[in-house]
Design a protein around this ligand. Structure first.
Ligand SMILES: NC(=O)c1ccc[n+]([C@@H]2O[C@H](COP(=O)([O-])OP(=O)(O)OC[C@H]3O[C@@H](n4cnc5c(N)ncnc54)[C@H](OP(=O)(O)O)[C@@H]3O)[C@@H](O)[C@H]2O)c1
Length: 274
């Protein structure tokens, strides 16, 4: 099958057409999925977790169609069946999804910004304007990035006051997502303020949550299907939306990573697979 694989040191990627397909006997606890698209995460090629599989493939987000269910599947109401369109965050295997056929387990479905706000940040997921979150102010750094767009939308939806930072060309976009105040990082001296500084200056009653290096307390997102199901409901009600910066073919992997690492993507960069 077609795939992008890492063959040498972390940033060495190659496009191949003969990568072996995963089979149900090799992955008895996983769904086998025909990949429609994946999405890239900034700096993912340098994550230490990516070193675990022998041949890591980039792209840990997955949208696709179920081809085969797990051999060990306990048939219950929540299980997916062949033909279902699913999406997932495939963390447990770190195999990556820039390949025509992928694998995922049912519990591996989550988005990191929701977990940052509602679990680590202890905000209440009450999706009404009159919620008890109205006294909370959230600062979302890089509000227009692929993590920030979710942080801003969820924080707005649960009634907090949202302050977002981004460049001047994205100010209206950040407001359209729900930011009450937008700070231009190029003007507000925010470029000189590092994440370590934020950690030090946060008030005692405040909390700093980071999915980016370098703070020691960096949190990795968890894969959680129940949370993604809730988010799916919000998307269907048009209360939140995914944002795609650009779509690339699998063969255009170099251009897609260059755009990603440029640091100015507005939402997600999506390699389209099938
Ligand atoms: N731990 C995890 O599980 C996890 C998961 C996902 C991501 N991450 C990490 O989270 C971080 C954010 O990722 P991301 O995908 O949102 O991408 P990103 O590339 O950090 O964000 C791009 C956006 O940030 C804005 N931006 C650039 N420089 C800025 C600055 N100095 N201040 C404020 N905004 C700035 C850009 O706006 P302009 O174009 O207007 O400049 C652009 O819209 C990355 O470090 C990534 O590795 C971690």
């Amino acid at each position: 099958m077609r795939a992008v694989i890492r063959t040498g040191e972390p940033k060495t990627l190659t496009f191949v057409t003969d990568h072996p397909e995963p089979t149900p006997s090799e992955w008895p606890e996983s769904y086998i999925i025909r990949t429609h698209a994946t999405a890239l995460t900034r700096d993912e090629l340098t994550w230490s977790e990516s070193l675990i599989p022998k041949i890591p493939i980039p792209g840990f987000d997955l949208a696709g169609i179920v081809l085969a269910t797990p051999k060990t599947l306990d048939h219950n109401a929540n299980a997916f069946k062949p033909g279902d369109e699913v999406y997932s965050f495939t963390k447990s295997s770190w195999q990556g999804n820039a390949r025509e056929i992928s694998t995922a387990v049912e519990k591996e479905m989550a988005l990191s910004a929701r977990q940052a706000l509602f679990i680590l940040g202890k905000l209440r997921p009450e999706f009404t304007v009159q919620s008890s979150n109205s006294r909370v102010r959230v600062l979302a750094i890089a509000a227009s990035g692929s993590v920030g767009i979710w942080g801003v939308q969820f924080a707005h939806l649960v009634g907090t006051e949202v302050v977002g930072t981004c460049g001047p060309s994205d100010a209206d976009f950040a407001k359209s997502l729900g930011a009450d105040i937008v700070l231009d990082y190029q003007k507000a001296n925010l470029l000189e303020c590092t994440l370590e500084d934020v950690w030090k200056i946060a008030t005692k009653s405040g909390q700093v949550i980071s999915v980016a290096e370098p703070p020691e307390a960096k949190k990795l997102s968890e894969a959680n299907g129940k949370q993604l199901t809730q988010i799916t409901g919000l998307i269907e009600q048009e209360k939140v939306n995914g944002v795609i910066d650009s779509v690339f073919g699998l063969e255009e992997y170099k251009a897609s990573f260059e755009k990603l690492q440029g640091g100015h993507a507005k939402g997600k960069i999506v390699p389209k697979v099938n």
